[in-house]
Write a protein that binds this ligand. Structure first.
Ligand SMILES: Nc1ncnc2c1ncn2[C@@H]1O[C@H](COP(=O)(O)OP(=O)(O)O)[C@@H](O)[C@H]1O
Ligand SMILES: [Mg+2]
Length: 340
């Protein structure tokens, strides 16, 4: 497989990135393209390969294949020294519980490359820990530890910030505070690469998203382009007609784009432009299958679920019925566009 070099002007790019743990394939040729100075949401369900990607980007583990480009030049095994320009918060940060937040940052500052002492104060303020900075970390909430972790990742004033699920465990107010903080960082020219398994958590803070499932990129672009290019049509038929309906619809779209949620007997979810509901209905009628219900929309959350679910099923891992979350049904679906 030819691995093409990504264009310049990017904070981060991977091409054909592969990683296995023993016989378990975690990344299956991942291509990411992250422009400089934006907040990029790296989205995917649990087990999709997000943390593996983050650990590769931070040089904590090495890829089996493929290339990484960080801040404009290739990043290989011998390039860990360049990570001074990259700040990372991956998995739960560990701090000395018996020291205060401020003391922990000072310890870190003393062990890494030199940073001005007032930087610690600036960072405590930036992450909203001023006032609690002299309390022991053992008394911090999860959200406060998370914010201290972000402060630690920012110590060396990196150009690129890698944050693995930083919103985990934050309450809604904490998520809003983090959103403002990350937006501020991007407005100063830094690039923020932030992962989440929940689209709603990061939707309002990101300029662009990359969606992965089963170690592969399934979509990359702005939220607007995502909504413009894709839609979902849901059709309900008699449950015993579902196999024939799938057969008929596969003349319209690839089979991987047709889902039959196990917990909603009789429903078919088709990834197709939302304004093509009539085509779905007509195709089924041609096969003598008459729809009892038809809905269309491009609600982002449903789209996210559909995109990640189909990638998992054709990836051979898990089945449609084994997914953790079901698409939204009932009066909330379709939302007719997500709240912005
Ligand atoms: N240290 C490890 N040893 C074996 N398998 C692992 C290890 N870390 C992750 N995996 C597997 O790799 C896949 C991707 O995991 P991960 O990168 O943690 O996904 P995510 O962060 O998106 O939840 C999963 O199938 C997971 O079980
Ligand atoms: Mg993870």
């Amino acid at each position: 497989m030819a691995v093409t070099a990504p264009a310049d002007g990017l904070a981060l790019a991977t091409r054909g990135l592969r990683k296995s743990y023993g016989s378990r394939l975690a990344l299956d040729g991942l291509d990411l393209t992250v422009p400089t100075g934006i907040v990029y949401g790296f989205l995917g369900p649990n087990g999709a390969g997000k943390t593996t990607t983050m650990r590769l980007l931070a040089g904590l583990i090495h890829p089996d294949g493929g290339t990484i480009q960080l801040l404009g030049s290739p990043f290989g095994r011998r390039d860990r020294h360049r990570l001074f320009d990259v700040g990372a918060l991956i998995e739960s940060p560990s701090f000395y519980p018996f020291l205060s937040g401020r003391q922990n940052l000072r310890e870190l500052a003393a062990t890494g490359a030199p940073v001005p002492i007032r930087r610690v104060d600036e960072l405590l303020e930036l992450v909203g820990l001023n006032g609690r900075d002299d309390d022991k970390v053992s008394g911090y909430s999860l959200g406060m530890k998370q914010r201290l972790g972000i402060a630690a990742a920012l110590l060396s004033d990196p150009k690129l910030l890698l944050l693995d699920e930083p919103a985990n465990g934050l309450d809604p107010a904490g998520i809003v505070a983090m959103r403002d903080m990350l937006r501020n960082l991007a407005s100063t020219g830094k690039t923020v690469f932030v992962s989440s398994h929940l689209l709603g958590e990061v939707q309002q803070m990101v300029d662009m998203v990359g969606i992965i499932a089963a170690g592969r990129l399934v979509k990359e672009g702005t939220i607007d382009s995502l909504l413009a290019g894709e839609g979902l049509v849901r059709a309900r038929v008699m449950p015993d007609q579902v196999p024939a309906a799938v057969e008929a619809l596969s003349t319209l779209v690839e089979r991987a784009r047709i889902d039959t949620p196990a917990d909603e007997p009789g429903w078919l979810v088709v990834q197709i432009a939302a304004d093509r509901a009539a085509d779905v209905s007509r195709t089924l009628a041609t096969a003598s299958i008459y729809v009892a219900g038809l809905e269309s929309g491009n609600d982002l959350e449903s789209l996210f679920l559909a995109l990640t679910r189909t990638a998992r099923t054709d990836g051979g891992e898990g089945s449609i019925g084994s997914r953790a979350a079901a698409p939204k049904t009932g009066p909330n679906w379709p939302a007719g566009g997500a709240p912005r």
